[in-house]
Design a protein around this ligand. Sequence first.
Ligand SMILES: O=P(O)(O)OC[C@H]1O[C@H](OP(=O)(O)OP(=O)(O)O)[C@H](O)[C@@H]1O
Ligand SMILES: Nc1nc2[nH]cnc2c(=O)[nH]1
Ligand SMILES: [Mg+2]
Length: 165
Amino acid sequence: MTDRLPHEKGFHVSWDQLHRDARALAWRLQGEAPEDGWRAIVAITRGGMAPAMIIARELDVRAVDTISVKSYDHQTQSEAIILKSPDMDLMGEGDGVLIIDDLVDTGRTLELVRKLLPAAHVATVYAKPKGRELVHTFITEVSQDTWIFFPWDMALQYVEPYRGA
Ligand SMILES: O=P(O)(O)OC[C@H]1O[C@H](OP(=O)(O)OP(=O)(O)O)[C@H](O)[C@@H]1O
Ligand SMILES: Nc1nc2[nH]cnc2c(=O)[nH]1
Ligand SMILES: [Mg+2]
């Protein structure tokens, strides 16, 4: 968490917005697809699963697998390890495969995933500058000091009116 704070700004994404943005990403990815279409999707758990489902539906991809990456903090250096790999017999080097995540921040997660599937096409819905170069296709960029809040981490809450009682 050390490199995740402080974040001056918050970017709050509703389910509706996420659906629109994931669909916009699917539309772009359709334009970038190989002739026979994308043959499989690898979602990076857990945040990549919701956008991956929407993209799989739009692009009619039925082969959907997951990769689980966990970041560990050793003092100041954070190291990522793969907890669960996709079916490598199916994925090969990643030709015709889409890797989907909700966002790229430092790029540490994607660096590791790209080593495993070097020929895959990497797409995220949101991107921050530090990790942007690791993504082939994304929809919206936010600044590095912005924290993105996803709908699965939020709940509706009462808010006091500006002019108090
Ligand atoms: O570019 P990075 O600095 O590596 O950060 C980006 C990753 O961090 C978040 O996942 P997290 O590891 O928090 O797990 P989650 O998807 O299960 O929430 C996010 O969903 C990305 O996968
Ligand atoms: N929800 C969320 N998770 C992250 N992981 C790395 N950066 C972010 C972020 O901005 N938002
Ligand atoms: Mg994640």
